[in-house]
Write a protein that binds this ligand. Structure first.
Ligand SMILES: Cc1ncc(COP(=O)(O)O)c(C=O)c1O
Length: 478
């Protein structure tokens, strides 16, 4: 079979990254049968040179095509178009068509959507292998325990003990549908009606949704940029529970030091309050080693009876997995299980079994390590580009961690208008007001959250420049 001539491969600019453009361009050649079955693709080095892309971009696009069954790698020989078109060819063609008609509307996962990891880097082929293995197991087809797969709970216990110093037994872990369900169960388990809950302000808006839905009283804990929150306001509070993101405050990016954590633990233990620790993205710390979790610290000093620990796999794996976990003191397990039972019953079994294997095989940790390096590079590029295109007119106030940066500016450029204008250009940024309870706003500056997880490092500068152009244009219209 002749090698394929890639001379007329054209990359469209409407995709969120070069890798995605290349993926779509090659896929189109294959599904239109212009590149024939068995044809050999150009080497990654050659194609990278021809299209002036980085070799990593080409390799990632090839890996994605291989994962979806369009091409295959033959060891030592290169990549070839596969014999059979994948089953999902027809639905895919449909999706391509519908995005063409909606070109101006950005995908909710595109740059700079906060909270989305790099979906192109996830090792889909490996994951698929584990899912496939378990989906053929008949004994997994029936009902299952509410608490979740025990192999998965043990794998999480071991992973969290080493990576986050979380100290627990697998019997204290409950598998949930994302951190979202864990937050809901935790609140329902500890609150009585008319109780109030302390919550960071600005803070995670989906937690506020739960508080409002369940009609609990909202007590704001004001978070100041760089400084964090005033501990005294908590120590004097009679609230039943405190919701916090102590390792990377969302979205201001501050952290609680050990002394502050100890004071909170003392407040909770002495006054019978609850601490709900949301440890949503602590795997990704770029400037130093992550702080020990508050749960870990409290168990070290023998006071972990009032701390509930919540984690998510949305950022370390991918969002649509909808897997999270809740770790509660033993005395609270039964109550949480009764709530989960009433809300959703058990969790998807194949996925839990696949996840247990993915974690205990080491693939999970390998992926996290790789992504930590990659996100560190992207974070670095974000800072460079923001400095370059905004100069002194906007500053990054969040620490070097997680998958987003938080921008602050004093110029008279409205954060909501800026986000709307960016949206019209196909870019998502979140105004800081999105994270605030409208009754408790204290800011006299403007700001926005920019997620860099799901954008390629090569595309960051161009998109930041686009936002800066809008920023200075809006400014000149005032
Ligand atoms: C503060 C915070 N907690 C939790 C999560 C994860 O939620 P889930 O597991 O429901 O996707 C996120 C995701 O963006 C978050 O920002």
């Amino acid at each position: 079979m002749q090698p394929i001539d890639s001379g007329d491969l054209v990359l469209q600019n409407d995709k969120s990254s070069k890798q995605e453009s290349l993926f779509h361009a090659i896929r189109e050649k294959i599904v239109k049968q212009l590149w024939h079955k068995g044809g050999k693709l150009p080497s990654t080095r050659k194609l990278a040179e021809e299209l002036q892309l980085s070799r990593n971009t080409v390799t990632a696009a090839y890996e994605q095509l291989a994962a979806e069954g369009y091409i295959e790698a033959r060891s030592g020989s290169g990549f070839y178009v596969t014999v059979e078109l994948p089953d999902h060819y027809l639905p895919c063609a449909g999706i391509v068509k519908s995005t063409e008609t909606n070109k101006s509307i950005p995908s909710i996962n595109s740059a700079f959507a906060p909270g989305v990891p790099d979906l192109h880097q996830f090792p889909i082929a490996k994951w698929h292998k584990y899912v496939q293995l378990h989906s053929t197991r008949q004994y997994l087809l029936g009902n299952n325990g509410i608490q979740g797969d025990s192999a998965l709970r043990m794998a999480l216990r071991d992973y969290l003990a080493t990576s986050r110093s979380v100290h627990c037994d697998a019997s204290q872990i409950i598998i949930t549908s994302g951190a979202q369900q864990a937050l809901m169960i935790a609140l329902m388990a500890v609150m009585e009606s008319h109780d109030s809950v302390l919550m960071e302000q600005p803070g995670y808006s989906k937690m506020r949704k739960i508080i409002e839905l369940l009609n609990y009283r909202f007590e704001p804990v004001h978070v100041e940029e760089y400084v964090g929150f005033d501990l005294e306001s908590i120590i004097n509070s009679k609230a039943r529970a405190l919701y916090i993101t102590p390792s990377n405050q969302y979205p201001m990016g501050t952290t609680l030091n050990t002394e502050q954590r100890l004071k909170l633990i003392e407040w909770a233990t002495q006054g019978n309050h609850w601490i709900i620790e949301d440890d949503y993205d602590s795997e990704f710390q770029f400037a130093h080693r992550p702080y020990t979790s508050l749960q870990g610290l409290s168990s070290e000093i023998g006071h972990d009876s009032r701390v509930i620990y919540i984690g998510s796999l949305s950022k370390t794996m991918f969002n649509s997995l909808r897997m999270g976990y809740l770790i509660v003191p033993s005395a609270l397990v039964e109550k949480c299980l009764a709530i989960k039972d009433a809300l959703t019953g058990d969790s998807p079994t194949h996925i839990q079994a696949a996840l247990a294997d993915f974690i205990s095989s080491g693939d999970f940790l390998r992926h996290i390590r790789k992504m930590r390096r990659l996100y560190k590079e992207k974070h670095h590029q974000m800072i460079l580009s923001i400095n370059e295109h905004f100069g002194d007119d906007a500053e990054v106030i969040s620490q070097a961690a997680g998958l987003h940066v938080t921008l602050k500016w004093l110029k008279d450029v409205n954060e909501v208008t800026l986000s709307q204008k960016a949206f019209e250009k196909g870019i998502i940024i979140r105004p800081l007001s999105y994270y605030e309870h409208p009754d408790f706003k204290l800011r006299n500056w403007q700001g926005a959250v920019l997620g860099f997880g799901n954008i390629s490092a090569d595309d960051i500068d161009k998109k930041i420049k686009q936002i800066a152009d809008l920023f200075y244009n809006l400014d000149s219209q005032l």
